[in-house]
Each structure stands twice: as C-alpha cells, then as structure tokens.
Write a protein that binds this ligand. Structure first.
Ligand code: NAD
Ligand code: ZN
Length: 358
C-alpha cells in the first residue's frame, strides 16, 4: 500500500510503499476513498501544542510515535474482513470512527471512547488514513454510508462530530444568541448543526473576511470581523461592542470557541452574558489570565469539548442523509500532494474542508 507518513516535526511527509496488511479476527481492511485534512493533522505535523508562556506540549510526550500515518476522517470501501467480523461485508462503503479507546476505563465503559484515559485514536496514536488502505482494529468502529457522499462523510468523523458535541453542550442553556468563533472546518459545520438543532440566532466571528460568505450560506445570522485595531477593547465600535449590541445589549448566552487562543477567549469572556456558557474546542492554544471574581458573579460556565462518541457519529450520518447538514468540501488532493494539503491549510487557503482522495 502507498501511504504518506509524518516522520518528525515539520519534516516533509514521506510518501512510500509498504505491505498491505491482512485483516485478522475482528479487523477490517478499508480501501480509502477520501480522508479529511484537519487542523489537528497540522498540530501533529508541527509536533505539539502551544501551552502559552513559552511552553510547548510535545505530541511525543502524549504517546505519539513517529513515523505515523495521519488522517482521522476516513471513508472507504471494505476490501477484506477478518474471520470474526459480522454485519460488514466486502464492498460496503463505510465511515470510520477513529477515536478508539482502551475499552476498560470509566469513559469507555459508558461508550465515550473519545474521552479514554489511554486513547489509541487512528491517525494520531496509530496509523490513519493518508493511505490507500487503512486497517481498522474492530468492525464496531465502522458505520455504513448508505447513500451519503464519501467526501462529505469524512467530516462527520471529526469536524462534524466535534461541532455536534460542542453545539449540544452550548445548547444546554437554550441560548437565544449563540456566538461561534472561527469559521473554519469545525466552525462552518457548527453553524449548520446549530441551525438544525437549536433555536439560537447565530453570530459568527473570524479574523478573515474570506470566510463570511460561506458562513452566511451555512446559516449565520450575523458576522463580525475581529481583525481590527482595538478588537480587544470594549469601546464603542469595537467587535466586543458590536457583538453585545447584536444581542440586545446583553451578550450571547453561549459561545463556542473553535480557535481557543488568548485573543479569541478574551473576546468570548468579554461578551458572554450573565449565566452564560463557554465551550472551548480549538487547540490553537496559549494561556490567559482571567479575572476570577467575574466567574461567580456572572455565574458563567467554562467547559471543554473533545470530538464525540460513536453514537453521535451515527446520528450525524442520519442528519447528512436527510440533507439537514451538507459539509463544505472545497479542495481535493492526491496522496502525493499531502504536503501541499497541509501547507495550504496552514496558509489559510482552504474554506471548509479539504480532502485527500488516495
Ligand atoms: P481551520 O484551520 O479549518 O479553521 C480555523 C479558523 O479559525 C479559520 O477560519 C481562521 O481564519 C480562524 N482563526 C484563526 N485564528 C483566529 C483568531 N485569532 N481570531 C479569529 N479567527 C481565527 O481549523 P479546524 O480544522 O476548524 O480546527 C480548528 C481547531 O480545532 C484546531 O486547533 C484543531 O486542532 C481543533 N480541533 C479540536 C478538536 C476537539 O475535539 N477539541 C477536534 C478537531 C479539531
Ligand atoms: Zn480532526
């Protein structure tokens, strides 16, 4: 099989041939048709996350071993199955649930393998889908497409799944106004999902105007660019003031931050209304000092969201099949162009999602 591997931080991906694995027991061999290019692949390629104050969290300290085949949004057709596989046959078109856990810890026991204590996620801790074949450890991690377009379906394993989980958390206080920060792969999915499953009016902010046409098409009721001088001040005409005035002078009831860097979280905390709910999703990182008294006085909630579970993914596939959500796939690359795909994502040349079609 032919695969693109990350061999070390910021090294060009190495495209090479290796022996195609033979599925045993519960394993399934999938011929990859399409794999999404996620910003998390970029963090993996860069070697880690910015913790702020000059600190960097290396992915190798979290258990990643290079070389690794990235790619966790995997769609393909079943090429071969192990002897113990049931319910899946050769030729089936499938979406892979990549957030594989240990099966033993408290999270795994209640079906939240995405929150496992010792995760074995595909495309992170074990080989993923930047390859013409992917070996799936167990057939239970597959869901049949049953008519959903393969390129669109890729998004449902990560960007859609994470957005779905975050929107559900943000919807827990039935927001009248929901602010979505970052109109990239995840943010655009969140706008569509929020339109479908909440009653909120949606405000979307980004620091790049090129994102707003698509954000509006997906259902954003208001867009605000935060890339202006004084964006962090709360003075008249500042983005903070604009957002608060859109929300009848009170601020949004919920905010989802798909960037999660000091600049964006400052805006989030600056606009969040009393009893508000802030969901942090992005991994851009950094650190921030927050004024502690305002948290109890405003009685706000700050929480994280990390991907989603298998049941969420199946629910999302249903929403895609009904046409309620339509992931935005704007660029296609070959496996040989895997480096270009990551570079274009880094240079912010991609609207919505790009996919690699091996
Ligand atoms: P993307 O590159 O497609 O989109 C990022 C968007 O944020 C772009 O529209 C960009 O213009 C905007 N942006 C960047 N910096 C900004 C700033 N300072 N102010 C305003 N807007 C800004 O990325 P993506 O694939 O949507 O992923 C977003 C983040 O979420 C990444 O850090 C990714 O690793 C992370 N992620 C988290 C999870 C999770 O489970 N928590 C899952 C997948 C991805
Ligand atoms: Zn992802």
């Amino acid at each position: 099989m032919k695969s693109a591997r990350i061999t070390g931080p910021n090294e060009p991906l190495a495209v090479s041939e290796s022996e195609t694995p033979k599925p045993q027991g519960n394993q399934v061999l999938v011929r990859v048709k399409s794999v999404g290019v996620c910003h998390s692949d970029l963090h993996l390629w860069e070697g880690g996350y910015d913790l702020g104050d000059g600190q960097f969290m290396k992915v190798t300290d979290r258990g990643v071993k290079y070389p690794v085949i990235p790619g966790h949004e995997i769609v393909g057709s079943v090429e071969g199955i192990g002897d113990d596989v049931s319910g899946i046959k050769t030729g089936d078109e499938v979406l892979v649930f990549p957030w594989i856990g240990c099966g033993e810890c408290p999270a795994c026991k209640v079906g939240d393998e995405n929150l496992c204590d010792t995760p074995k996620s595909m495309g992170v801790f074990q080989d993923g889908g930047y390859s013409d074949y992917a070996l799936i450890p167990h057939f239970k991690y597959l869901a049949k497409l049953d008519g959903v377009d393969p390129d669109s379906a890729t998004s449902l394993a990560c960007s859609g799944l994470t957005a779905y989980n975050a929107v559900k958390k943000a919807n827990s206080n039935s927001p009248e106004f929901l602010l979505i920060i970052g109109a990239g792969g995840l943010g655009l999915m969140a706008i569509q999902i929020a339109k479908a499953i909440t009653k909120a009016k949606i405000i979307c902010i980004d620091n790049d105007d090129k994102r707003f046409d698509t954000a509006k098409k997906m259902g954003a009721d208001f867009v605000v660019n935060t890339n202006v001088v004084g964006s962090l001040s709360s003075g008249t005409g500042s983005p903070i003031q604009k957002i608060i005035s859109i929300c009848n002078g009170k601020g949004p009831d919920s905010v989802i931050d798909f960037v999660n860097a000091p600049q964006t979280v400052k805006v989030a905390l600056g606009v969040l209304r009393k009893r508000g709910n802030l969901v942090l999703v992005g991994l851009f990182g950094g650190s921030l000092e927050i004024s502690l008294v305002s948290i109890p006085l405003k009685s706000i909630m700050i929480q994280g969201a990390y991907t989603g579970n298998y049941t969420d993914m199946v629910e999302l596939l249903d929403l895609a099949r009904e046409g309620v959500i339509n992931p935005v796939i704007s660029k296609h690359y070959s496996l040989d162009q895997a480096n270009n795909a990551l570079e274009d994502l880094k240079a912010r040349k991609i609207i919505g999602r790009a996919v690699i079609n091996p």
